[in-house]
Design a protein around this ligand. Structure first.
Ligand SMILES: *Cc1c(COP(=O)(O)O)cnc(C)c1O
Length: 393
């Protein structure tokens, strides 16, 4: 494919990052090799010094991983991408590559449970302190910033409450105060939202979710400008080795080919399910950015292409009632994973958010009646019927 930025996302998803071998294969080749052979000692020296481009060792260069990175970068509109072994390792790599002891982070309190844990209990031991901010008001974020603040970190929509934060407003705050804005774009994927176009400096992915899209492999990525990714995250990866395997990169790259149609179909299902739940007498509240009742519905519709594929709702009653709905399902998978073509159902307060303190959970709004459904590709009628069983009891 010629480099041509007039190509649409759907085209880039199947065509970007292809470098055919001498065999001219049509489907992308998979290079399962830990190292690469040099013509002679001089070439080895030139590769190692960086004087000659080319692969050296798969901890930091592998043609399959490179192809996946190029494809994802094309979809996000990023200059560069470093793929990592998981979404969490993408966050660790970003912080360790770009921050140092004494730096300060402001983070949305509604981010993924393990992300809260990472900032609270691990980065703090290395001298990077984090202040968590509850609301979406940029003024609140600004108040939490100090002269040492180097990074603003958020997810939108958040997991599991689907809170939507204003990327453009927080990007301009970050720029004004000399900090970087990192957006975990897991819930939307580039098919629905492009944080870099809205002014973010960094996009983080758990490729385990929608990018693979079929629940097969772990993976992650961080994307952004060359000065951040190529000059800082890549050298960190070269040394630290949070490497994505070539096999996983290949699976994720093939997953990207169907990303746009999956996100469209799963969003359509999610909207239908949210509307059905909203009218159900057993439900206290439905949280879905595509519903007019969502507090940031207008912002979500400006910033995202659809409401996304995750619907959260509060079952009337408490934990017992939420568990009854979950346990009555026969079709939905009871699993904490999301971003699969198979619909999954989970009880966040006792699973994904079970390790954080009760106060932190209450502050984040993770109540006992809360259920999260990550909607897949099954028929909407069958999904509603599966949830109805527990709700009518
Ligand atoms: C799952 C998830 C992560 C972590 O990704 P892993 O691939 O499981 O390490 C980070 N952020 C969000 C929003 C997630 O859903």
């Amino acid at each position: 494919m010629q480099n041509d930025d007039t190509y649409d996302l759907e085209t880039l998803a199947v065509r970007a990052g292809i470098h055919r071998s001498q065999f001219n294969e049509h489907s992308e080749a998979m290079y399962l090799t830990s190292s690469f052979v040099f013509e002679n000692a001089a070439q080895a020296a030139a590769r190692f010094s960086g004087a000659e481009p080319g692969n050296i060792y798969s901890r930091f260069t592998n043609p399959t991983v490179t192809a996946m990175q190029e494809r994802l970068a094309a979809l996000e509109g990023a200059e560069a991408c470093v793929a990592t072994a998981s979404g969490m390792s993408a966050i660790v790599a970003t912080v360790m590559a770009l921050l140092k002891a004494g730096d300060h982070v402001v983070c949305a309190s509604g981010v993924f449970g393990a992300t809260v844990q990472l900032f609270n209990t691990i980065f703090s031991r290395f001298g990077v302190q984090t202040t968590f901010v509850d609301g979406g008001d940029p003024a609140e974020w600004e108040r939490a910033m100090t002269p040492a603040t180097r990074l603003l970190f958020l997810e939108t929509p958040s997991n599991p409450l689907t809170e939507v934060l204003d990327i453009a407003a927080l990007a301009s705050l970050a720029r004004k105060r000399g900090a970087l804005l990192a957006v975990d774009n897991c819930f939307c994927s580039p098919a629905l939202q492009k944080p870099l176009e809205l002014g973010a400096d960094l996009v983080i992915h758990s490729a385990t979710k929608y990018l693979d899209g079929q629940g097969r492999v772990m993976g992650g990525a961080v994307l952004g400008r060359k000065d951040l990714i190529t000059d800082a995250v890549f050298p960190f990866q070269r040394t630290a080795g949070f490497t994505l395997s070539a096999f996983n990169a290949w699976v994720i790259m093939k997953g990207l080919e169907t990303l746009a149609i999956r996100m469209e179909a799963q969003s359509r299902n999610a909207l239908g399910l949210a509307q059905w739940l909203e009218g159900h007498p057993g439900i206290e509240r439905v949280m879905y950015p595509g519903l007019a009742s969502h507090p940031q519905h207008d912002l979500a519709m400006r910033q995202q292409k659809t409401g996304g594929a995750v619907v959260s709702f509060i079952v009337k009653g408490g934990r017992e009632d939420a568990w009854r709905v979950i346990d009555a399902t026969r079709l939905l998978s009871i699993t904490a994973n999301l971003g699969d073509t198979k619909t999954t159902i989970t009880h966040p307060s006792t699973t994904t958010h079970g390790r954080i303190s009760a106060e932190a959970r209450a502050r984040a709004g993770i109540t006992e009646g809360l259920v999260r459904v990550a909607v897949g590709l099954e028929s909407l009628k069958n999904l509603c019927a599966d949830l109805e069983r527990g709700l009518k009891a």
